[in-house]
Design a protein around this ligand. Structure first.
Ligand code: SAM
Length: 285
């Protein structure tokens, strides 16, 4: 299907008006959908979770290739449409769920799989929380191909030292690797969004390169450091109340770790943040 006219006709048939509040910009270019499915390299043994299945265009292309597709969709009207469209398909389950409230471990167990593949043209208003949700369940995620606003995708793949490097890229670098695999023009969507998009592939390491003693503490350190990106890490980390260290103490600790205390957060790699977190965490005990 796809194409602007077919999309509008289907929406009209079900009396659905695209909701901006749910990030509903439907992909109307079938070549992009085919590209995504080709990149996924699905096998009959795979469980696929599609975040925000919309009108079901991707589901339609994947249904004969995967073992089972869980088409997650929060919108009631789209749920009705998806259920009718795929009612006869043994490999498709339409789930009326919010991705942010989904326990992916439970979902996998329920359908008797060990891992899942995640795909989706993400609702952009919650793309960052969705990324955090994927990081949380990274142990059970075999592959992730998602589409995001181009600017967000560029932030996710940003390397240390660049202006786009921040909390999300730092976390993702810690947990795995990520790359942009295709840029997509805004004209490929209905309704047409203001900005272009990009498809990225995320892969998570089995184990992070440097393990942290306490993950929440690591996240706190990264968030604190980036809370004031113009300040040096010595200045921002001195804002922590646990452990409460003076600037000279922090500075000598960082020097001792061969990390420049005058650097701003964007100059620090995820591994360096991990080392700082471990050192400060042991100071809290
Ligand atoms: N996959 C379709 C496509 O490419 O045409 C739709 C993509 S559209 C950008 C995002 C979809 O996510 C919408 O269908 C929207 O209703 C759905 N959505 C929004 N928030 C959601 C949430 N919290 N959980 C699950 N789906 C959500």
């Amino acid at each position: 299907m796809a194409g602007r006219k077919a999309t509008v006709d289907l929406l009209n048939e079900y009396k659905i008006r695209p909701r901006k509040s749910l990030g509903q910009n439907f992909l109307i270019d079938d070549n992009i959908n085919r590209f995504i499915v080709k990149t996924l390299q699905l096998q009959k043994k795979d469980l696929v979770l599609e975040i925000g299945a919309g009108l079901g265009e991707l589901v339609n292309l994947m249904k004969d290739e995967a073992g089972l597709i869980l088409a997650l969709e929060i919108d009631r009207g789209l749920n009705v449409l998806l259920k009718e469209r795929f009612e006869a398909e043994k490999t498709v389950r339409v789930l009326d769920k919010d991705i942010l409230k989904c326990n992916l471990d439970d979902l996998i167990k329920k359908y008797n799989f060990k891992q899942l593949i995640v795909v989706g043209n993400l609702p952009y208003y919650i793309s960052s929380p969705i990324i955090f949700q994927l990081i949380k369940y990274r142990q059970v995620i075999k592959k992730t191909i998602i589409m995001l606003q181009k600017e967000v995708a560029e932030r996710l793949v940003a390397k240390v030292g660049g202006k786009d490097y921040g909390i999300l890229s730092c976390f993702l670098n810690y947990y795995g690797e990520q790359k942009i695999i295709k840029k997509v023009k805004n004209s490929c969507f209905f309704p047409r969004p203001k900005v272009d998009s990009a498809i990225i592939e995320l892969s998570f390491y089995k184990k992070p390169l440097i393990e942290v003693e306490n993950e929440d503490f690591f996240k706190k350190i990264v968030k604190t450091a980036f809370s004031q990106r113009r300040k040096t890490i010595t200045n921002t980390l001195s804002l922590l109340n646990k452990p409460s260290l003076s600037k000279p103490e922090l500075s000598s600790m960082l020097e001792d770790m061969k990390i420049n205390p005058a650097h701003r957060p964007e100059r620090l790699s995820a591994a360096e943040f991990a080392r700082i977190a471990n050192r400060l965490y042991s100071a809290c005990l």
